[in-house]
Design a protein around this ligand. Structure first.
Ligand code: NAD
Ligand code: MG
Length: 386
């Protein structure tokens, strides 16, 4: 019998994490769940651990360690706490693939540890590539580690490239739903609420990425993610708004031919493909019906009104730590918006102000990313305190 694939899920209690567990549960003979981790949600982590019986779990919120420990000791599951424990559990010899489904900059360090330990990466945590794309892709090359995309657009590009890896890409188009505020003017955006921003038309996701989708920051982060995953220049990456979210992205080759990957919006498919590549496993996910979508439409994004998308292109062109600063500012600004401390438009304003103010370090090392991240967060916090 074929050996099972050992999986670690960082961020198992989130939107991607819980959907990944559904995928794993469907193929018990193929996957062997080794590690589960959560930030704060101890109750769900305990429930998942009792059901899936991993070797180890991590709760990064140390104040909940005892609770998780007490609940799992009889099941003989190792329990660890704190951010650094993430870096250790991914190195376990039983782990083959690490699914990075935690949110934000916190994903960077454990991903570096996983690559150093030679683990395959199924990458949902796009912030890692936004912050330190060059460092991560160079390290992955050095360690001969594959990074398989989970983000639906990047999975689409990857699926289009299967069998084409030796053919140069002329251009890619990342599709964007446009979010709940598609077509809004600057004036209309002035009065939008948190509740409206949290209502994504096509996808159900964690709070941070849902706000990023409404502000087009998510698409900006994805542009940078694509640059690093597929080795592209900024001018080779275009964004096109496609409100139905059926065409998940497109590749244009040098002969002018275009390939698109399509399907109903369901993250379980890209999660599964990242874990089973190059195989495709049979599923009972709902199938696309053309008659339900007589029209698939496309339009230009408004980069003036949704300035975050433009800021991402600026950061990508500036290189160095510019995207790291933008990402940190955005994480702080989105958290403040979720706390009802700032308005929706102030997210983009803070991001822009921070990017203009934090010095860009060219040819950064890991320590430069750590310093820039801290500097940018402090900058935004100082603005918020004014
Ligand atoms: P989420 O908020 O639903 O879940 C995040 C998970 O990470 C939770 O398990 C949480 O406990 C954990 N976590 C949060 N902060 C942490 C920290 N500081 N340290 C350790 N663990 C922490 O988020 P999500 O929507 O599942 O997104 C996860 C990642 O996947 C993000 O980078 C997001 O951009 C990306 N992504 C998500 C979707 C989606 O459909 N949800 C699609 C594409 C990409
Ligand atoms: Mg996406």
């Amino acid at each position: 019998m074929q050996e099972k694939k050992g999986i670690a899920i960082l961020g198992s209690t989130g939107s991607i994490g819980t959907q990944a567990l559904e995928v794993l549960a469907a193929y018990p003979d193929y996957f062997d769940l080794q590690v589960l981790t959560a930030g704060k949600n101890a109750d769900l982590l305990i429930e998942q651990a009792l059901k899936f019986q991993p070797n180890s779990v991590v709760i990064t919120d140390e104040s909940q360690y005892q609770k998780v420990k007490d609940a799992l000791w009889a099941a003989d599951i190792h329990v660890y706490a704190g951010q650094d424990a993430l870096c250790q559990v991914v190195e376990s010899t039983e782990v083959h693939t690490v699914l990075t489904a935690l949110v934000g900059y916190a994903g960077l360090k454990p991903t570096i540890h996983a690559i150093n330990a030679g683990k395959t990466i199924a990458l949902a945590n796009k912030e890692t590539l936004v912050v330190a794309g060059e460092l991560i892709t160079n390290l992955a090359k050095e360690k001969a580690v594959n990074i398989y995309p989970v983000d639906s657009e990047h999975s689409a590009i990857f699926q289009c490239l299967v069998g084409e890896f030796h053919n140069p890409i002329e251009k890619i188009y990342l599709t964007a739903s446009g979010g709940p505020f598609r077509g809004f003017t600057h004036e209309q955006l002035q009065s939008v609420t948190l509740e409206q921003a949290l209502k994504h038309p096509n996808w159900s996701m964690g709070a941070k990425i849902t706000i990023d989708s409404a502000s087009l920051m998510n698409k900006g982060l994805e542009v940078i993610e694509a640059k690093w995953l597929f080795g592209l220049q900024p001018e080779q990456i275009d964004v096109i708004v496609h409100p139905q979210s059926i065409v998940h992205s497109l590749v244009q080759f040098e002969d002018g031919s275009m390939k698109a990957q399509m399907g109903l919006p369901d993250m379980k498919l890209p999660i599964q493909f990242a874990l089973t590549y190059p195989a495709r496993f049979q599923t009972d996910f709902p199938r696309f019906n053309f008659m339900d979508y007589p029209q698939l439409t496309f339009e230009q994004p408004d980069r003036k009104v949704f300035k975050n998308l433009d800021l991402a292109y600026q950061a990508m062109n500036a290189q160095g730590t510019a995207a790291c600063a933008l990402n940190a500012a955005n994480e702080e600004a989105v958290a403040a918006f979720l706390d009802r401390k700032i308005s929706f438009l102030e997210i983009g304003q803070l991001n822009e102000y921070c990017m203009q103010s934090i010095p860009n370090v060219l040819h950064p090392k890991y320590e430069d990313f750590v310093a820039t991240d801290a500097q940018a967060r402090a900058f935004v916090q100082a603005q918020l305190a004014k």
